[in-house]
Design a protein around this ligand. Structure first.
Ligand code: ZN
Ligand code: ZN
Length: 336
């Protein structure tokens, strides 16, 4: 069963950290962190609807300009999330340019920014190209649980970790995963076809169950078609399973509070992307730099019960030793 979301690192393990999360069968994607993202094709960046920034160190935020440049005049809106000070940081980035013609572009670009405060409040601001990105303060809301963004098919949660400064870790969870029950499909007399994908999409996006759907397929007796409701079809053919959960944790120190924060946010995560900046022999240096060693990352992955681990954000000082870093993560994750 293919998952709704497919996550991959944007750069190699020595490059700026960023995670690109593509939706299956939708022209849409999520992006985590905004460092150097120039390897993403413009058409990939155009798919991005929401960007979740962990913190505004340059290797995580300098790609804002590139994103803005690709989207300007081509895409109507983009939503950005970040930690304390984020609204001001987005505002400053936008004010750094001269906008004397942008309000005349046919397509307006609206940057919707949301800042997560340490006290659990979400503050928002809206920057429109129509008024030269002057910025309008929006609503302040109280965060429910640790949810920062919620849709029909998935939600995004966030938690703070300590990186010398507050830094966000993110968890994306698909709400449900739909499988096709082959035995029941066979018994129904219908066969596979494009209608199955449409049906899954209808269920995932919350289409009312009494909505009629035309099912077309072809078998030995030729072209066949019936009309059934989405609800009937889904009861007949689909099995619901818990959706996959993907964690993104980068830029943090090895402390028990950070361990606890990640454990609260992403216990039992299916796929964990975690920074592994230094080798464990350099752990004193890692602590000074507010980063994890590979062994520490592996231990965190084991403690939170991650089913799969992808390390990244390797220090360039280990240019020729990437395998050692990856090996250290794996060893600590697999063997206590
Ligand atoms: Zn970093
Ligand atoms: Zn950092």
């Amino acid at each position: 069963m293919r998952p709704l979301l497919q996550a991959r690192l944007v750069n190699d393990v020595f490059g700026d950290p960023a995670l690109f999360m593509d939706f299956l069968d939708e022209r849409r994607a999520l992006l985590f962190d905004l460092g150097d993202i120039t390897v993403l094709m413009p058409r990939e960046l155009m798919r991005v609807s929401h960007v979740f920034v962990t913190h505004a160190h340059m290797d995580h935020f300098s790609g804002f300009d590139h994103l803005l440049r690709v989207l300007l005049g081509r895409k109507p809106s983009i939503a950005l999330y970040g930690g304390p000070g984020f609204l001001a940081q987005v505002g400053h980035k936008l004010r750094a340019y001269t906008w004397n013609v942008v309000h005349r572009y046919d397509m307006e670009l609206v940057v919707e920014a949301t800042e997560l405060a340490l006290d659990g409040h979400l503050r928002s601001a809206r920057f429109s190209s129509r008024d030269r990105f002057a910025g309008v303060t929006g609503a302040t809301t109280e965060q429910t649980d640790d949810i920062v963004h919620d849709e029909t098919t998935f939600r995004v949660r966030a938690g703070f970790v300590d990186h010398g400064i507050p830094c966000l870790s993110y968890l994306v969870e698909e709400k449900v995963r739909l499988g096709i029950n082959k035995a029941r499909l066979e018994a129904s007399g219908m066969t596979k076809g494009a209608w199955l994908r449409e049906l899954k999409h209808a269920v995932l996006t919350g289409v009312p169950p009494d909505t009629p759907m035309l099912v077309q397929w072809r078998d030995r007796s030729g072209d066949r078609a019936v009309t059934r409701t989405v609800g009937e079809l889904s009861r007949l053919i689909l099995d619901a399973e818990p959706g996959q959960r993907i964690g993104y944790a980068t830029d943090l120190r090895d402390t028990s509070d950070n361990m606890q924060a990640l454990s609260n946010l992403m216990q039992g995560v299916d796929q964990l992307f975690i920074e592994s900046v230094f080798l464990d022999e350099d752990r004193a240096h890692a602590l000074r730099k507010n980063h994890l060693t590979a062994a520490q990352a592996g231990r965190i992955a084991r403690c939170i019960g991650a089913r799969a681990v992808t390390p990244f954000h390797f220090s360039p000082r280990y240019r020729s030793r990437a395998a050692e870093l990856a090996g250290e993560v794996r060893a600590a994750w697999e063997h206590p």
